[in-house]
Write a protein that binds this ligand. Structure first.
Ligand code: PAF
Length: 284
């Protein structure tokens, strides 16, 4: 497994791979890897000749400086996991390798056609501009055939698909299902920040989402929405930032169950912000 930290070396490596006629699968990450990331890597190794992974905690997508500071980092552990899981190449750039100084300070703006006006976009201003900024840079450097993203960040996946369409990237975007702990908690690097008590409370998030599926035949999307918010907020230690039931493609609020819907939630468990989602009228 090659570990590369400069753009120049990465580009020359990718050039050789492409010249050899090999297909490339790419998994962008911010490290603190868990089984959710590994599921993306396994899918990529099954579908491509070469799998490249990036590990870069991207400062421009954090609207909260303390969230950026506390984001878990363990490069040595990540590298050994990647090696064991047959990753071929890892890109681990420093911040000043990815950005000129003025780039991290100025606002990068992208038109998401309304996809960014709801949910995460509403509560984390600038977040998706930062995601698109770094993912478009990484796509330009790696030029993969396919790129793999988890459905836990459902809105991010929709936005990446839109970016690929608008910027004419010739890359297939592959969305992969959420990977859950045995008790149902969606896997996330942020789970590492939960203490024992918070970890026990956090399981109520997925439990509530699964329960809410049973309400669909008798209640409207608004009623299910209110039920989920009230139930989670009634549990000490949990505080809902948003829960919205939206159309799976447009991410706009649903008023009936006529189209495929998804319920997306952000919940504070202590000071750790967790997200999860559930699809309502198709198989999850
Ligand atoms: O999902 C993530 O971990 C990040 O948003 C991504 C796609 C690696 C961009 O920094």
């Amino acid at each position: 497994m090659k570990v590369i930290s400069t753009k120049k070396e990465l580009q020359s490596e990718m050039e050789q791979i492409t010249k050899a006629g090999k297909t490339v699968g790419f998994v962008p990450t911010m490290g603190a890897l868990h089984d959710g990331h590994l599921s993306l890597i396994h899918r990529s190794t099954a579908e491509n000749d070469v799998t490249a992974v990036s590990i870069f905690v991207n400062p421009t997508q954090f609207n909260n400086p303390s969230d950026l500071e506390k984001y878990p980092r363990d490069l040595q552990h990540d590298l050994s996991l990647l090696e064991k899981n047959h990753c071929d190449l890892v890109f681990t750039p420093a911040v000043d390798e990815m950005y000129d100084k003025n780039e991290t300070e100025s606002v990068f703006e992208f038109d998401f056609g309304g996809l960014d006006k709801v949910m995460e976009g509403k509560f984390r201003p600038g977040h998706f501009n930062g995601v698109v900024q770094v993912v478009s840079k990484l796509f330009n450097l790696v030029q993969p055939d396919r790129a793999y993203f988890g459905e836990k960040d459902f809105q991010q996946l929709a936005i990446i698909r839109r970016m690929v369409e608008l910027m004419n990237f010739n890359i297939e975007i592959v969305g992969c299902p959420i990977v859950r702990e045995k008790d149902g908690l969606a896997m996330s690097s942020r789970n590492l920040r939960l203490d024992k008590e918070e970890r026990q409370k956090a399981v109520e998030i997925s439990k509530t989402l699964f329960e809410s599926k049973k309400l669909v035949s008798n209640f409207s999307p608004e009623q299910v929405q209110n039920w989920v918010i009230a139930r989670l907020n009634s549990l000490p230690g949990l505080k809902v930032e948003y829960f919205e039931i939206v159309h799976q493609k447009t991410l706009q609020p649903m008023h009936s169950w006529s189209e495929p819907a998804i319920g997306c939630v952000a919940v504070f468990c202590g000071d750790v912000r967790l997200i999860d989602n559930i699809k309502y009228n198709d198989a999850q």
